[in-house]
Design a protein around this ligand. Sequence first.
Ligand code: SF4
Length: 156
Amino acid sequence: MHYSAYHSVDVINGEGTRCTLFVSGCEHACKGCYNQSTWRVDSGHVFTQALEDQIIADLTDTRISRRGLSLSGGDPLHPANVETILHLVKRVKRECPDKDIWLWSGYQLDELSEAQQAVVALVDVLIDGKFEQENADPALLWRGSSNQIIHRFTRE
Ligand code: SF4
């Protein structure tokens, strides 16, 4: 997997202070996409074991408390990313059980493959759907256009 950016302290993408990873790879080609440089799966940088370890270290850092991890892109559920993302979310849930995971995807919840569903089963908040320029609204929180849905999963 490749990624375009990692922010170890982020207060924009999701609730609270967070770590945010923008992965590379997106096949949705939404008109008006502000992140076209992330469309190619091999754009940006290689996602390494060192960065995975850094994310865990940042989430457990007691000097700056993070509420959780945000996964955006690009599309974290792109078929080329889903295996690495599943490994990452499993590790976060195992080693940082008090942190929440938010994930943005252009795929809709009801059209996910089995592999994509396995990831979503471990996230707390999914914002799904393509960006639609005709439904764009800068006043919306956490999403770019009104067709996108914020799914909050309540898990025991
Ligand atoms: S899903 Fe997101 S990154 Fe992909 S084309 Fe649409 S707006 Fe751009």
